[in-house]
Design a protein around this ligand. Structure first.
Ligand code: FDA
Length: 397
């Protein structure tokens, strides 16, 4: 015997809960299944525990996808303003941290509780600790898909896959959605870790290690993209928002070009300071623009460690300027899914309708959220994609 629902959603995360609540509000009977023992674990961990739930400046160019146009329709129909209105309706206090990034004043659980409350009000059933297996098409009347969830046979007219990506497996993340897509013969772009710190193994590793915990505001460029934000030196390499952002564009083997002093024109400044403060040591001059620790470690293995500005030749100053404006770093790799905020790649958007998120070849089968090949920049864009793609599907399930 099949237990039948109008809609079954696999994944009680950001996209799954949003879709379930909205579909149930249309009068559909909705069941959400999750193998984890708690709903929305990534929401709770997000934004350092404060959930950066959206951004004032959501736009298609903040997303990576093999089809950059795909996200436009959903983002336009359920916008950041719609989600902000929902947050305000629940009286969740929030603030803009920087660059339009909106965070909860209190805890990320405010956002999860909002979603769970929406689900409860609309009569959504949520079954946790429920692994899903044996997903197949169904031939019974009123049932297009059947699956086994927690040892019970379940059937539905619409099956929504909202099982996310494989980043942070300790939170229950899996590649289940990709495998399911492949089972139905859909193309899946190979996933890889995004918004992730870099690891170093060459001479720069020692420098990073010695500066571990220090941060600089930098401009980093790679693969035709650049980001201006903070960079953090770590024991294993480089992290911080600037590095996380560029990591989504970086491919193995490529070098990062890092401008460590983007607000200054070092060659000109050095010449001017040489004239005005000739006795100043290069180290103290650099410390004024960065930190004492950075200046010491950066110059530690250079020929100018003890130099005063007066002792520098024009050629020296040009080399120093170049080394600070164009620091070349070739990462050995990234920290991978262990710490990545997202997985790039996923279900090929050519397989889906951008209006409904439904698989073109399999009516009633939908993919939403991170499992789809749409990945946002850091700053609340990934949750906005979860909300927008969820609402797009909810109107048609
Ligand atoms: P999500 O991962 O939220 O949910 C998927 C659900 O499916 C999970 O509950 C999982 O247990 C379940 N599942 C997986 N496999 C299953 C299976 N086989 N059977 C049943 N259930 C299964 N984004 C942002 O915009 N702002 C932010 O502040 C942050 N911060 C952040 C911090 C950290 C540490 C991480 C790891 C990620 C972020 N993100 C973020 C990214 C954001 O969390 C992510 O984009 C969304 O959670 C994606 O929502 P989904 O609903 O698609 O997947």
């Amino acid at each position: 015997m099949l237990q039948k629902f109008d809609v079954i959603v696999i994944g009680a995360g950001a996209a799954g809960l949003m879709c379930a609540a909205q579909a149930a509000a249309r009068g559909r009977s909705v069941l959400v299944l999750d193998h984890a023992n708690k709903a929305g674990k990534k929401i709770l961990m997000s934004g350092g525990g404060r959930c950066n739930f959206t951004n004032y400046f959501v736009a298609p160019d903040k997303y990576l996808s093999h089809n950059p146009h795909f996200c436009k329709s959903a983002l336009k129909r359920y916008t950041q303003w719609d989600f902000i209105a929902l947050v305000e309706r629940y009286g969740v206090a929030y603030h803009e941290k920087k660059d339009g990034q909106l965070f909860c004043d209190n805890k990320a659980s405010d956002i999860l509780n909002l979603l769970l409350s929406e689900c409860e009000q609309q009569g959504v059933q949520i079954r946790l600790d429920t692994p899903v297996s044996a997903v197949a098409q169904c031939t019974q009347q009123g049932c297009r898909y059947q699956l086994r969830g927690g040892g019970v046979w379940l059937g539905c007219e619409s099956l929504v896959v909202a099982s996310g990506g494989p980043s942070i497996p300790t939170l229950g993340a899996t590649g289940f959605g990709y495998e399911l897509a492949q089972q139905f013969g859909l193309n899946v772009y190979a996933p890889r870790a995004g918004l992730v710190p870099f690891t170093l193994t060459d001479h720069n590793k020692q420098l990073s290690e010695s500066l571990s915990g220090s941060a600089l505001n930098v401009d980093v460029a790679c693969a035709g993209q650049s980001f201006r934000d903070d960079m953090l030196f770590t024991h294993r390499g480089l992290s911080g928002p600037a590095m996380l952002q560029i990591s989504s564009y970086w491919q193995a083997g490529q070098s990062l070009n890092i401008n460590l002093l983007p607000d200054h024109e070092v060659a000109g400044l050095l010449r001017q300071q040489q004239h005005e403060r000739p006795k100043l040591s290069l180290k103290n001059w650099l410390a004024e623009l960065t930190t004492q620790k950075f200046a010491e470690k950066w110059l530690a293995s250079s020929a100018w460690q003890q130099s005063t500005l007066a002792q520098l030749s024009g050629a020296d100053m040009d080399v120093i300027a170049q080394s600070l404006h164009e620091w070349q770093v070739k990462p050995a790799g990234t920290e991978g899914y262990r710490t990545a905020e997202v997985a790039l790649g996923g279900v090929d958007t050519d397989e889906l309708s951008s209006k409904t998120m439904e698989v073109q070849r399999f009516p009633g089968l939908f993919f939403i959220g991170e499992v789809v090949d749409v990945t946002g920049h850091l700053g609340g864009f990934n949750f906005q994609w979860a909300w927008s793609s969820a609402v797009a599907a909810a109107e048609f399930v």
